[in-house]
Ligand binder design. Structure first.
Ligand SMILES: Nc1nc2c(ncn2[C@@H]2O[C@H](COP(=O)(O)OP(=O)(O)O)[C@@H](O)[C@H]2O)c(=O)[nH]1
Ligand SMILES: C=C(OP(=O)(O)O)C(=O)O
Ligand SMILES: [Mn+2]
Length: 615
């Protein structure tokens, strides 16, 4: 049998040749091909030549638009169906055997019942299309226990994007075979079969979408959408929802966090992890351009952090991804030059951004000067007085992580880095100070468990509605949220108390009375992080409040920050007792959802907070 993996073979009814020695994988691929009935099956090898071929096909099909090589080398723009632009939380399911194991934060259906619905949808769903098999690994391939997956998809756009976002291809497959390793089977179809001779559309998808996880099986079935968060299954579906279940069972944490390394002028390095909900600033903070003298920032990860307990009881984090899938709007030369430099190197896929007349891309906030003429993300003529955004608010850039100049060499370390501080943050116009240091580790876990944020365009539905988002994991906890908080509690108990990260609550999005941001954000966030590192060292001016410690007016380094005064700091960190009494009530309502499952330590924290506001 020809064992080369790049052969593009016809599936025949009698014999579906599968170029792998991994028996379970071979069996699964054959089973899926039989169900979905693709025109052919293609094993993705991950090579540049293959990628060039696929992108050329996608250009031919009208899915991708090649950009001007002088502006964005080897880069493409895709435009989705206008109804397929974000994650679909209403259509996302955790199908554990027992409904209780999905918990109140997830949609649930009986796995058997769900399977029968999905089998119906997937039957013949790839007709007229190529079925791609993508072997991938989340995290370094030389990890002690590499976390394998195989995505089957009928979308070449997904293949091209997965090649940026994860380590994929033959090298991964060979190691997986040699170890006869377990892999997460991740099945994806856009749900748009083609009849004989039927012309394709640029962005095939189905009105009906199903993003389904079977936690006991560790499997994923995604149907009907081509959007990143729904279709690049290594990311939110595997690395958060399924991995959180694996982590619960194995004693680690799969979290929605960036990892940033900050080095002081004296050469002390601090690794900071931060959990913010989607479109609340992870990628930006991960690529921080410090505005304070002598401080250096390096990127380790921008979205996902897998944390294990090290041999000295320290928490160690690894970024399992290989690329960035960043929110485009707001990413600009003045706010995030590091991201712009990475993007400018090319090799990127943009989705739902606007096109410039010279074959480049543009989005709101990319440059201070707004182009006089664009083609918007829906293909319409656009001028600054069109009265609508040119790029979709959830438009994205997909870029290889090694194009970040500030990428830390530690990114490649399978052991990860010790985490010294954890930030929890959200998007809140009021109430939540710029930064608050937790009173204790337990108080910090309480801050995480009660984290709240206004909803964003990253998920379909209303934008700007405040909701609780525990550890920024609300749409990503793959099991019962009460069990999740208990798992955090359990991990807490296993950490060396001397090495436990300090925990902080941050809010870059607080507003002043006149509606402006109370804090300039972006690179200026380095000033807040400097204070964080001072607190780690036992210094830094701080004032105790009922919710924790906030910086004193003179404690933030404001050197070079023109027009921003210590009084402005005071306003940004103000704890308003009236606002907080309302907040505490809302937290009580939130906690009521957990019933008896709420860890006692968190119940005590809430009681303490209430008491301090009464006093
Ligand atoms: N005002 C303000 N906006 C920010 C800040 N950081 C990020 N943003 C904006 O928030 C949006 C989402 O940011 P991003 O870093 O992509 O969020 P992610 O989805 O969590 O990675 C973008 O429009 C950013 O411009 C900040 O410090 N201040
Ligand atoms: C990929 C996504 O994540 P984020 O906005 O957190 O970068 C998403 O929400 O689809
Ligand atoms: Mn991001």
């Amino acid at each position: 049998m020809d064992m080369s993996v790049s052969l593009n073979q016809q599936v025949r009814d009698d014999e579906a040749l599968v170029p792998t020695t991994h028996e379970e994988l071979a069996a699964w691929v054959a089973e899926v091909a039989e169900m979905t009935q693709p025109a052919d099956v293609y094993w993705v090898d991950g090579s540049q030549a293959e990628s060039d071929r696929l992108t050329a096909e996608l250009v031919e099909a009208g899915t991708l638009r090649k950009l001007n090589d002088d502006l964005f080398p080897n880069s493409y723009a895709a435009f989705s169906d206008p109804a397929d632009v974000a994650r679909v939380e209403e259509r996302t399911f955790i199908c554990s055997k027992d409904e209780r194991d999905a918990g109140f934060t997830n949609n649930w259906m009986d796995p058997q019942e769900m399977k029968s619905i999905l089998r119906e949808r997937f039957t013949g769903s790839m007709r007229g299309r190529t079925m791609y098999v993508i072997p991938f690994v989340m995290g370094p391939l030389d990890a002690e226990q590499p976390q394998y997956g195989v995505e089957i998809t009928d979308s070449a756009y997904v293949v091209a994007s997965m090649r940026i976002m994860a380590r994929i291809g033959t090298g991964v497959l060979r190691k997986m075979e040699a170890e006869n390793a377990f892999f997460v089977p991740a099945l994806h179809s856009v749900g748009a079969p083609l009849a004989d001779g039927e012309a394709d559309v640029p962005w095939p998808c189905n009105e009906e979408k199903w993003i389904v996880h079977f936690p006991e099986e560790r499997s994923i079935w995604s149907y009907g959408s081509g959007y990143g968060g729904n279709a690049l299954l290594g990311k939110k579906c595997y690395a958060l929802r399924i991995a959180s279940v694996i982590a619960r069972d194995e004693g680690w944490l799969a979290e929605h966090m960036l990892i940033l390394r900050l080095t002081s002028p004296e050469g002390r390095a601090y690794n900071i992890a931060a959990a913010f909900p989607s479109a609340c600033g992870k990628t930006n903070l991960a690529l921080l351009d410090p505005t304070i003298e002598g401080w250096k920032a390096e990127t380790l990860g921008d979205d996902i952090n897998w944390m294990r307990i090290g041999k000295d009881g320290e928490l160690r984090g690894v970024n399992p991804e290989y690329g960035l899938f960043g929110v485009a709007p707001g990413t600009g030369w003045s706010t995030n030059p590091n991201a712009m430099r990475a993007i400018a190197k090319g090799n990127s896929i943009f989705t739902n951004v606007a096109l410039t007349d010279d074959g480049g891309v543009w989005w709101e906030g990319m440059t201070d000067e707004v182009p006089a003429h664009l083609t918007d993300w829906q293909g319409n003529e656009w001028t600054p007085d069109s009265g609508r955004p040119a790029a979709h608010p959830n438009s994205r850039f997909c870029t290889p992580i090694d194009q970040i100049d500030m990428l830390s060499q530690e990114y490649y370390n399978p052991e990860g880095v010790e985490i010294h501080a954890i930030l929890f943050g959200g998007r809140r116009k009021t109430t939540i100070p710029l930064v608050t240091e937790a009173r204790s580790w337990a108080n910090g876990v309480f801050m995480g468990s009660t984290l709240s944020s206004e909803t964003t365009a990253a998920a379909a539905g209303a934008v700007g509605v405040v909701r609780r988002d525990p550890m920024a994991m609300l749409p990503f906890i793959g099991y019962n949220a009460g069990d999740y908080l208990n798992h955090w509690d359990r991990i807490s108990g296993q950490l060396n108390p001397e090495r436990r990260p300090k925990i902080f609550l941050v809010n870059w999005f607080r507003r002043t009375a006149d509606g402006g941001f109370a804090w300039p954000g972006f690179g200026e966030n380095s000033r807040v992080l400097k204070w964080v590192t001072e607190r780690i060292e036992g210094g830094g001016g701080a004032r105790e409040t009922p919710i924790g410690y906030v910086p004193t007016a003179d404690a933030l380094d404001l050197a070079g920050l023109d027009g921003f005064t210590p009084e402005d700091v005071e306003a940004a960190v103000r704890v308003d007792a009236d606002e907080w009494r309302t907040e505490v009530e809302d937290i009580e309502t939130w906690y009521a959802n957990f019933g008896d499952a709420l860890p006692a330590s968190l119940r005590d924290e809430l009681a303490g907070l209430k008491e301090r506001f009464r006093a």
